[in-house]
Write a protein of this length. Structure first.
Length: 518
């Protein structure tokens, strides 16, 4: 045996005292008993969820800095409270993207809490926010739970895509003043319906015109949920612009346009933390009884601009409240004004009697001092009580009133014993008495064609108690008897009522003549 062989043999033999301490051939291929089992590998779906959490954190942070707090949601949803959850989303998301598994359980818990607790808290206050929580939680759970296959990854990513579109739409509405998904979202929620070209009121049949196809009607349920006084509510979802119409009934009364406008501005001020009145002007379509007010206000942390109209009518007052965000307002101002100016009062609603008139419309009246007769020109006139008529003018014998247009027909009966009154002389005396008042002007004097022997008609304009009034004086004289049928209204409304006033004067029938004592 050679030395090399001996050396080789010796080197393969166990040394003294080492017998039984060397592993066998079988044990050499077994895994070491002192090592931990291999860690769980992160799935592709969980990595995708990590990326989506990071994207969501960006949405949350942008919303916190851009979108003002909504007080109705309470302090739980204040923007500043969103910063820490966003940072947690970034921490978990980066961990998952880095293929670390230590935060997978926390990611699942975060998804479940968002989908259940926060959705439940938001549900009664903002249904869309609650739906967003559910969509986000659902997409994350589809990706995080187990080893998601391609179908589950596709569905989870698609749900998040819809969620992301809603967030982008909200940010766009705030930053750019336009939300392209507005109509789709509100239609899906059942908040809006298509609007006809002419929108007719519900509790009162007024009319307004839709200026473009971008405007919709909010459903009655949705409108009244926001404001229970709303009668109709037009909205342009892309610009988040609105026109809400409120109708209030005031039986037997008519508020002045200025009083109604004051109340409308007062209500806006009470709802705002800040309010500035930019302008106030007569409504072109209703210069006498309508006003338009431009306001800037901060409401629930949002900067809004209003272009609102107030229209006063007998027994009805109308508020047409148009508003949009400060950023959107310049883009919709012209359309808001168009809606306001298109407002038309109802024509199918018969007015009730004023508080100082007898119930029921009057068709024919018979005099008290003398038995003359006069027929009302249409079915809209009421007879004032004798007390009310004489309280306004002690010479009044009968007084008819049409309250919806503030039109009046007053009859004065005179008798001069022993006189032989002539219509020309009597009309001239009436004209001199009327024009003796400052601000009164005689426009014309002519023979009453229907009764030329006894009647004349004067046309007068005057300023009475600061108001521009226009009159027809029907002057009748015969023997001892003389009568004035005074028909009047505002100078603005007079042209529309002139023909009916003449009709009433033409209908006047003198009482039987009184014999002149010689």
């Amino acid at each position: 045996m050679t030395a090399e062989a001996t050396s080789a043999t010796d080197s393969s033999s166990p040394a003294p005292g080492d017998l039984g301490n060397h592993p066998s051939a079988d044990s050499a291929t077994s895994p070491p008993t002192d090592l931990q089992p291999p860690t769980r590998a992160i799935t592709i779906g969980q990595q995708i969820a990590g990326g989506l959490l990071c994207i969501n954190a960006v949405f949350v942070l942008l919303s916190a800095f851009v979108i003002p707090a909504d007080p109705k949601l309470g302090p739980m949803f204040a923007p500043e409270r969103s910063i820490i959850p966003a940072l947690i989303d970034v921490l978990i998301g980066v961990s998952l993207l880095s293929r670390k598994t230590k935060y997978i359980t926390w990611a699942i818990v975060r998804a479940v809490v968002g989908m259940t607790l926060f959705a439940a808290l938001a549900f009664s206050k903002d249904g869309m926010m609650a739906a967003s929580f559910v969509m986000l939680g659902t997409s994350l759970l589809l990706l995080l739970a187990g080893n998601a296959g391609r179908p589950r990854m596709a569905i989870g990513s698609a749900v998040f895509f819809v969620y992301a579109l809603l967030n982008l739409a909200g940010l766009s509405a705030t930053i750019l003043g336009i939300n392209p998904l507005g109509p789709i979202i509100q239609s899906a929620m059942g908040d809006i319906e298509s609007a006809p070209a002419v929108v007719v009121g519900d509790t009162s049949h007024y009319r307004v015109k839709k200026p473009s196809h971008h405007w919709y009607l909010r459903t009655s349920k949705a409108a009244k949920k926001t404001n229970e006084l709303s009668d109709r509510w037009l909205t342009q979802p892309e610009r988040d612009a609105h026109v809400m119409i409120i109708v209030e009934k005031t039986p037997g009364l008519q508020l002045s346009a200025d009083v109604l406008t004051h109340e409308m501005v007062k209500n806006a001020k009470n709802a705002a933390s800040e309010l500035t009145e930019v302008s106030r002007e007569p409504m072109r379509s209703h210069p006498k009884h309508g006003r338009i007010v431009h306001l800037r206000a901060t409401v629930d942390g949002q900067k809004l601009e209003y272009l609102s109209g107030a229209v006063s009518a007998y027994e009805r007052s109308y508020q047409i409240i148009g508003f949009a965000s400060e950023r959107s307002f310049p883009k919709v101002e012209a359309e808001l004004r168009s809606i306001l100016e298109s407002f038309t009062l109802p024509t199918d609603e018969r007015p009730g009697p004023p508080s100082d008139a007898l119930p029921g419309v009057v068709h024919k009246v018979v005099g008290q001092a003398q038995p003359y007769e006069l027929t009302a020109p249409d079915d809209n006139y009421f007879l004032r009580t004798d007390e009310a008529a004489k309280g306004t003018n002690p010479l009044a014998d009968r007084w008819l009133v049409r309250p919806d247009v503030d039109a009046h027909i007053m009859i004065i009966a005179e008798r001069v014993e022993g006189a032989d009154l002539q219509p020309d002389h009597y009309a001239r005396a009436v004209a001199e008495a009327v024009t003796a008042n400052p601000g009164a002007t005689l426009v014309s004097s002519e023979v009453l064609k229907s009764q030329p022997k006894v009647g004349r008609i004067l046309h007068v304009k005057a300023t009475t108690q600061g108001l521009p009034i226009e009159y027809y004086y029907g002057c009748f004289a015969r023997g001892e008897q003389a009568f004035q049928v005074v028909a009047f209204t505002s100078q603005e409304d007079f042209p529309a009522l002139a023909e009916s006033f003449r009709k009433a004067i033409d209908s006047f029938v003198l009482p039987p003549p009184v014999k002149i004592k010689k």
